[in-house]
Design a protein around this ligand. Structure first.
Ligand code: E4P
Length: 217
């Protein structure tokens, strides 16, 4: 399973990239606004830190303008993935860009039928929003399971990029279902490293090692 981080905070991205476990980055207009930085500048900088795909989202609502925006974003770096919303115009843009070999991430997916359309449009990634479905009384993880089944039925290459993940059990469940990629905020990804028994065990080993009076170096 690939790990993407969902942020436009460059310090957090550098920190996670230094682990060697980060496969890509997703951003959205809200995250860009939160960074307080210029969109094009921050995407270019992120692309220099991470080798894998960096999703940059178009903001136009019509196909023609989406294509123009995508052309600007594509010039920033070779690892930019163009993010488009799951609308008719978004999928037209997805189809056109994927036919040119561009990686497209179709975002704001809330149903299995929408995911089916995105795959037919040649999306490299589909982003179903688990947390937002849960927030609205639906079952976000069930959607990941449904999309997995449909994509496997037809051998679609589109990768399921489980998004809007809010906690470590979301990630655990996505791994069990077989999501190809997860994206989550830095704090959620960092929480995966922790376990209280790891801390406790380490403290005991340190104390016992000190008693030996030895050193390795
Ligand atoms: C994914 O690409 C989105 O940027 C993100 O996961 C949305 O998460 P949220 O619902 O927590 O805002």
């Amino acid at each position: 399973m690939k790990f993407f981080v969902d942020t436009a905070d460059i310090a957090e991205i550098r920190d996670l990239a230094s682990t060697g476990l980060l496969d890509g980055v997703t951003t959205n207009p809200t995250l860009i606004a939160k960074s307080g930085r210029k969109f094009l500048e921050v995407i270019e900088e992120i692309c220099g830190v991470v080798d894998g795909p960096v999703s940059a989202e178009v903001v136009a609502l019509d196909h023609e303008t989406m294509m123009k925006e995508a052309a600007v974003l594509r010039k920033l770096a070779s690892n930019v993935a163009i993010k488009v919303p799951l609308t008719i115009d978004g999928l037209k843009t997805c189809k056109a860009l994927s036919s040119e070999g561009v990686k497209v991430n179709v975002t704001l997916c809330f149903s299995a039928n929408q995911a089916l359309l995105a795959a037919k449009a040649g999306a490299a990634f589909i982003s179903p929003f688990v947390g937002r479905l849960d927030d609205n009384g639906a079952d976000g993880l069930q959607l990941i399971e449904d999309i997995r089944l449909i994509y496997d039925n037809y051998n679609f290459d589109t990768e399921i990029l489980a998004a809007s993940l809010r906690n470590s059990s979301h990630i655990f469940e996505c791994a069990k279902i077989g999501a190809d990629v997860i994206t989550a905020p830095p704090a959620v990804i960092k929480s995966l490293f922790n376990h209280v028994l790891t801390d406790k065990g380490l403290a005991a080993f340190e104390a016992d090692w000190a008693k030996t009076g030895q050193s390795i170096l």
